[in-house]
Design a protein around this ligand. Structure first.
Ligand SMILES: [Zn+2]
Length: 162
């Protein structure tokens, strides 16, 4: 039987901020962007890698504003977020050639939001047969070195002018 896995993303912290700060509220300066694994800053939202990815290449699109629900986003934010979800999908396809991509949003703790107070859209590249691999990897933390390699790989695509 094929198990469909729509992820309860349990851990989704980013490098850098202190535990009592919201990890998705970015400082205006960009000095820590690489450390925080920020791939691109838009006008109203940004793209960031998940430090504890559900899968290699797991990235997120997040509004700058500290809002917890989809209903709180204004139309400009919605537009830009959709734009970036499309751009990220394109880049994940080019960069990783996955068999599929999960694009999704968890609103509220019951829905599996790890950090429910600041909205973030997940994009997770998927490969046929990757479930068993993830069962092994579930509680394994990813080496920062691997993360930064993936970051550099992805960043090249984001740096390209479209
Ligand atoms: Zn926040």
């Amino acid at each position: 039987m094929k198990k469909v896995l729509w992820a309860p993303w349990r851990i989704e912290y980013i490098l850098g901020p202190k535990p009592d700060e919201c990890v998705f509220c970015l400082p205006e300066h960009t000095q820590e962007d690489q450390e925080r694994l920020i791939l691109e800053r838009g006008k109203l939202c940004f793209v960031v890698m998940n430090k504890f990815p559900y899968q290699s290449g797991h990235i997120m699109v997040t509004p700058y504003r500290h809002v917890s629900c989809l209903t709180e986003l204004n139309s400009e934010e919605l537009q830009e977020i959709i734009f970036y979800l499309q751009k990220c999908t394109q880049i994940l396809k080019q960069c990783f050639h996955p068999d599929g991509i999960n694009v999704g949003l968890n609103i509220g703790e019951a829905a599996g939001a790890g950090i429910e107070e600041h909205l973030h859209f997940h994009l997770v590249p998927r490969w046929i047969g990757d479930h068993s691999f993830m069962a092994v990897m579930n509680d394994t933390s990813v080496l920062p070195e691997c993360l930064f390699n993936t970051y550099r790989k992805l960043k090249k695509y984001f740096n390209q002018k479209t």
